[in-house]
Design a protein around this ligand. Structure first.
Ligand SMILES: O=C(O)CCC(=O)C(=O)O
Length: 283
């Protein structure tokens, strides 16, 4: 059984808390910013390709096919000073590189079920080691969910980013190091209830999942970064910038274009995923 975790209200990261529980919740958007972002999220969901399907939608914002490449509003979040300061503090400094940017949307009546996972799906199972989930592993990624509407669809096991699976967690995962069965019950999990304008910043080595039977709309931005001070993690390799059409990057609003040009240069410098699962140790 999961319980809902109450969250303190703050705009700056408590690093000790982040390292202990693997996440922190921040108040990010002002009421005016929230109103603008929420309207932009609602406009996306009015597009027929989403509105006509009552299901959960993972809508990418920076790759070709993104619905709003000429509307900078949602992508402005990627530059939000509260988020950038927080992520740089967690990762030990910037500049940051964008790993992913999407909006997670659903309408009431939709059902969304992910298996429990750590975000290690790009790592072949034979290369997933317990050391990745230990205090020795310096994880060069911060992922965040920023809610534009009430959100209780993100569930996690606090502290699990920094220790191997317990016997109960291993049993829930079954034979997989990637993904549990959809109906697995995960011991110690909590539901994070985000208010509109709040973001959870998390170490995506945490055991987590998305799950909801929606009774209200979901409009949540989902963004990840790494710092140039260390090699990227595997999550950076979720698409290959080198094969994106040049006209796609040129079509983006100016700040998103800068992020994507930097991402392309980073991919050229770090072309291969394999080093990513060998690069986390410092101690
Ligand atoms: O829906 C969510 O908040 C979870 C998303 C997630 O776990 C993922 O994309 O890895």
């Amino acid at each position: 059984m999961t319980s809902t975790a109450a969250q303190p209200r703050t705009t700056s990261v408590d690093l000790a808390l982040f390292h202990k529980q693997g996440y922190v919740v921040l108040d990010v958007l002002s009421p005016a910013e929230l109103a603008r972002h929420r309207a932009a999220g609602d406009a996306v969901m009015q597009l027929d390709r989403y509105a006509s399907k009552l299901q959960f939608h993972y809508i990418p914002l920076i790759t070709p096919g993104a619905p709003v490449t000429n509307d900078p509003t949602l992508l402005e979040t990627v530059d939000h000073p509260i988020l950038i300061a927080a992520v740089e503090k967690i990762l030990g400094g910037g500049p940051l590189v964008l790993d992913n940017a999407a909006i997670l949307c659903a309408e009431p009546g939709a059902i969304y079920i992910q298996g429990w996972h750590r975000d290690v799906l790009q790592v072949p199972q034979e290369h997933i080691t317990d050391e990745m989930f230990s205090p020795r592993w310096v994880h060069n990624n911060v992922q965040l969910n920023m809610a534009l509407a009430d959100d209780a669809a993100f569930h996690t096991v606090p502290g699990s980013h920094a220790r191997p699976d317990t016997p109960g967690e291993r049993a829930a995962f079954g034979n997989s190091r990637h993904l549990s069965p959809d109906d697995a019950s995960m011991p110690g999990s909590v539901t994070l209830h985000l208010k509109p304008g709040q973001a959870v910043l998390y170490n995506n080595n945490l055991i987590h999942r998305g799950y909801a039977e929606f009774t209200t709309p979901r409009r949540t931005l989902h963004i990840g970064y790494h710092s140039v001070h260390r090699p990227p993690t595997w999550h950076f390799y979720n698409f290959d910038d080198r094969v994106l059409p040049r006209e796609h990057i040129a079509s983006l609003p100016p700040s998103a274009r800068r992020w994507m040009e930097a991402r392309l240069q980073r991919r050229i410098a770090w072309p291969d995923i394999e080093p990513s699962w060998r690069s986390g140790f410092v101690r």
